[in-house]
Design a binder for this molecule. Structure first.
Ligand code: GTP
Length: 350
């Protein structure tokens, strides 16, 4: 049947009036409805056959969403079904003010069937299909806002839980990336970071920063005699013993590399640092790790201490080099001792 433009233009105008009333929550929405009406709502799974019931549904609709609704028209089609029947089908995005975020991306569909009754065109049927992910509206609803809000709450809780899990995983990863795999104490990476931090803090406060470099004695001989695995275990004991001597805030025991360790002692006075290191050597002696190829018959270590108050030209490397020089002297002096800035401090003489 060829289109009859004037009639279709009229229906189009009637549809537009209906649309505006629906969007603006205008109670005149049902003015042009037929007394012999049928329809179904987007979330109801039943056909309404009475205009009175449809009026109740419309009141619930307006009460549930009193604010204007936004409608983004995608397509509009008129179908001339008979002389006195025209169907209008509209595809659109619907944005409810309360839950715009849920529905913005989906396409809704409204079908209105206009029928001529006497001189007037009336809406004889209305069917709307709404793109809700959960189409279960409770009895007092037209739009399933309660279940959508509940779904949103669950999603938010889920996101929150996932975020917390992720933060915990990141924290564990960060801890792992700063831990030495063999000994479980701080690794070189963390040591470098903390040395840098403490160096800058000491510089700001014009305070000394003390560093002890610790090296296991005759460790090659130990490995050669007892094997690499036993060597690993010995390094673990040395590390734990040293770690137990980093007791105060800011102090850090770290594996510097191989059989060399570092003990960072921020703000320590040198007397205190020497006492801590002597204590460490005594504690390692007490472990009595057999080392038949060492003079004492047990595994020992040597320590070099340096203490610097940072000034303009020094860097953390200066502190490390100074401690290393003291450690070298401890080795040269016979091992199993603490040296500091050229002052030997034998544990046996303290
Ligand atoms: N088992 C084990 N051995 C290691 C590890 N890292 C380094 N070593 C060993 O440590 C030994 C260090 O030897 P040297 O640098 O010659 O020093 P040393 O024998 O301890 O002699 P001094 O330092 O002069 O007392 C080497 O044999 C390395 O293989 C490790 O993770 N596990």
């Amino acid at each position: 049947m060829p289109p009859r433009p004037p009639r279709l233009a009229l229906i189009r105008a009637l549809f537009e009036t209906y649309r505006q009333r629906y969007l603006n929550r205008d109670p005149r929405l049902l003015d042009d409805f037929s007394a012999n009406f049928s329809g179904y709502t987007g979330c109801g799974d039943f056909l309404v056959r009475e205009l009175g019931q449809w009026q109740t549904i419309t009141r619930t609709d307006f009460k549930q969403v009193p604010e204007p609704i936004h409608w983004e028209m995608l397509d509009l089609e008129l179908q001339d079904l008979a002389d006195d029947v025209v169907a209008v089908v509209a595809f659109f995005h619907i944005h409810l003010p309360l839950i715009a975020g849920f529905l913005s991306g989906e396409t809704a569909r409204l079908t209105l069937i206009f029928r001529r009754e006497g001189d007037a065109w009336k809406v004889a049927h209305s069917g709307i299909s709404l793109p809700y992910p959960i189409p279960t509206a409770s009895e007092d609803e037209v739009y399933p806002l309660q279940s959508l809000a509940e779904r949103n709450r669950l999603l938010e809780a889920e996101v929150e839980a996932r975020t917390a899990e992720l933060a915990e995983a990141n924290r564990r990863l960060a801890a792992l990336s700063q831990t030495d795999g063999l000994t479980g104490i701080a690794n070189r990476r963390l040591f470098d970071l903390r040395l840098d931090e403490e160096w800058r803090r000491a510089k700001r406060r014009h305070q000394p920063l003390t560093l002890a470099m610790v090296d296991v004695d005759d460790f090659k001989l130990y490995n050669d005699r007892y094997g690499h695995l036993a060597g690993d275990q010995a390094l673990q004991t040395v590390a734990q013993t040293l770690d137990a001597h980093a007791r105060r805030g800011g102090e850090l025991a770290a594996r510097y590399g191989g059989e060399e360790f570092a003990l960072l002692l921020p703000g320590d006075d040198t007397r205190q640092a020497q006492a801590i290191c002597r204590d460490f050597l005594a504690a390692l002696d007490a472990e009595r790790i057999e080392h038949a190829d060492s003079p004492l018959g047990t595994l020992t270590a040597s320590v070099g201490i340096a203490s610097l108050t940072p000034n303009g030209s020094d860097t953390p490397d200066t502190l490390i080099a100074t401690a290393d020089a003291a450690l070298y002297r401890a080795k040269q002096g016979g091992r199993h001792r603490v040296e500091m800035d050229g002052l030997p401090l034998n544990p046996s003489s303290s």
